[in-house]
Design a protein around this ligand. Structure first.
Ligand code: HEC
Ligand code: HEC
Ligand code: HEC
Ligand code: HEC
Ligand code: HEC
Length: 378
């Protein structure tokens, strides 16, 4: 009896003593940590001169990683893109990968990161042919915004004008497609607009005070959420007002959309993006008496004039996007008996006319206004 009572601690001790020499056990299926890596670095200095998964960077840059994971860049190689890519020929796929899978040459695992950390932070210039950005991991340097940080044993650091300027973003957000219609127009439009002196980062990577890396001093850092909080970003940029106005032809609900966010027209980027304004007049019982929808976007069509995805389009049939500083007014004539008028602004990732190509996606509500109609109509 006494022996069994003593047995557990003895066994534990034995295991503990065996632990370090149990080299083939492989009890820890985790990836090696940076500390393991750093130890390896000492014997093989070239070890960090390669691409890493974004998860590896998270060990010291957890905030950037969290924000990036929720961003469009973190999803660039998956989701709808991956589905549409499957439907294309091999050559066309490679052309897509230039921007969506910039780490394709690294390894399959790293490629899945899409526009991962190293796609921007090992970049030294624009790429050629089917490579959008020239990447040089062999330098073992992470290029960033600081000129006063110290080299770390995991990676060296350096300031880069390329990474902190619009040139980095241009590598993938400017048009590269050989087709007859310009597809990605954000860069050209930004350059022709009133904010050409502000790099994309000044609006798309808002600054805050925090640690840039675990345990380091607090300093200015930049948000890595690119497009992650779509509704909030759009609501801040596009002002929606709604009033009831009496005109000679009768009362109308008058909505005004004002793009105050600058930069370029909205929506931008993929020509399939849409902003949708819905105006509604409702009666005393809440029943809808009148309704009107307006879509804002670039309408690309194929040779037959049917709505087409960007990779099959031959011409642009119309462009109703919101231009910075040019308010747009829409009116809905209010039928007799109207008690309430509402205006709702929504964001659609893909024009619903192209649901066959991209699938159904639920619109995101950006803003909603409501007003009651006072007095009688006549
Ligand atoms: C073991 C910790 C560690 C890991 C892992 C790590 N970093 Fe860093 N990184 C640092 C430290 C420390 C700094 C310096 C921060 C400071 O000076 O405030 C830094 C700075 C940076 C900077 C700013 C450079 C500058 O001077 O402007 C970038 C960019 C960066 N890291 C990218 C990455 C990327 C990408 C990865 C993954 C491939 C990565 N880091 C992995 C510790 C790490
Ligand atoms: C290696 C190519 C590449 C680089 C470099 C790059 N992007 Fe992107 N970006 C993409 C791709 C691809 C997407 C779309 C991902 C998806 O949704 O599939 C995207 C998406 C975005 C979005 C989100 C759009 C949305 O729909 O909400 C923003 C904003 C953005 N990028 C801004 C930037 C800025 C600013 C820079 C420069 C600091 C930059 N990008 C650099 C390829 C790149
Ligand atoms: C003066 C501010 C400003 C500048 C500079 C700017 N943008 Fe924007 N951009 C916006 C605003 C505001 C939005 C709408 C909110 C959002 O989606 O983040 C937007 C949205 C976008 C989107 C998402 C498009 C969509 O329809 O969902 C992309 C992509 C983009 N910008 C790319 C760029 C690129 C690339 C540059 C640099 C060449 C740039 N922007 C410069 C303000 C700016
Ligand atoms: C689309 C390009 C892009 C991607 C992807 C990207 N970064 Fe950055 N990062 C930047 C730019 C540009 C800056 C400098 C912004 C500025 O100061 O204007 C920056 C700044 C930084 C800094 C300096 C501190 C800070 O937060 O501003 C660190 C560290 C960093 N990035 C790490 C990472 C890590 C880790 C990942 C992946 C999880 C990552 N970045 C993904 C473009 C990118
Ligand atoms: C020049 C760089 C570039 C190339 C090449 C490119 N894309 Fe994109 N793609 C982008 C950017 C930038 C965005 C994000 C623009 C925006 O947010 O409006 C994007 C967004 C998308 C989206 C929307 C993803 C989502 O979830 O909202 C799809 C789908 C897509 N691309 C498919 C493709 C396909 C298919 C190809 C090849 C035929 C391709 N792209 C080639 C840069 C590129």
């Amino acid at each position: 009896m006494q022996r069994t009572g003593l047995a557990p601690p003895v066994i534990l001790l034995v295991i503990a003593a065996l632990g370090p020499s149990c080299s083939g056990c492989n009890e820890d299926p985790k990836e090696p940590t940076w500390a393991d890596e750093a130890r390896e670095l000492e014997s093989r200095p070239a070890r960090s001169a390669q691409f890493n998964t974004s998860r590896r960077c998270a060990e010291c840059h957890a905030r950037q990683h969290r924000e990036w994971q929720g961003s469009a860049h973190g999803r660039a190689a998956g989701g709808v893109f991956a589905r549409v890519r499957e439907t294309l020929e091999d050559d066309a796929r490679l052309a897509c990968d230039a921007c969506h899978v910039p780490l394709a040459a690294a390894s399959e695992r790293i490629a899945r990161d899409g526009v991962g950390c190293d796609a921007c932070h090992t970049a030294t210039g624009h790429g050629e042919g089917q490579v959008a950005v020239a990447l040089q991991p062999e330098l073992a340097v992470k290029f960033g915004p600081y000129d006063d940080s110290r080299d770390h044993n995991f990676h060296r650091v350096a300031f880069s004008e390329f990474v902190t300027g619009a040139a980095l973003c241009e590598a993938c957000h400017a048009d590269r497609t050989p087709g007859p219609v310009p597809i990605f127009t954000s860069v050209a439009e930004w350059r022709a607009g009133p904010d050409a002196d502000k790099p994309c980062q000044s609006c798309h990577m808002p600054k805050a005070q925090a640690e840039a890396a675990k345990g380091e001093r607090v300093r200015q850092v930049a948000h890595h959420g690119f497009g992650g909080e779509k509704a909030a970003a759009l609501e801040a940029a596009v002002r929606l007002d709604l009033r009831v106005v009496r005109t000679p032809a009768g009362p109308v609900g008058r909505a005004q959309l004002h793009h105050q966010g600058g930069g370029h027209p909205l929506p931008t980027g993929l020509p399939e993006r849409r902003l949708l304004l819905v105006l509604e007049a409702a009666g005393a019982g809440g029943q809808v008496l009148a309704r009107q929808e307006r879509r804002y976007g670039r309408r690309l069509v194929d040779a037959q004039g049917n709505p087409a995805p960007f990779f099959q389009a031959v011409r642009e049939e119309g462009d109703e996007r919101l231009v910075p500083g040019e308010p747009r007014v829409e009116e809905l004539a209010l039928p007799r008996g109207t008690q309430r008028v509402s205006a709702t602004l929504l964001y659609e990732r893909f024009d619903p006319a192209l649901a066959e190509v991209y699938g159904e996606t639920a619109p995101v509500q950006v803003a909603h206004r409501e007003t009651t109609v006072e007095g009688r109509w006549d």
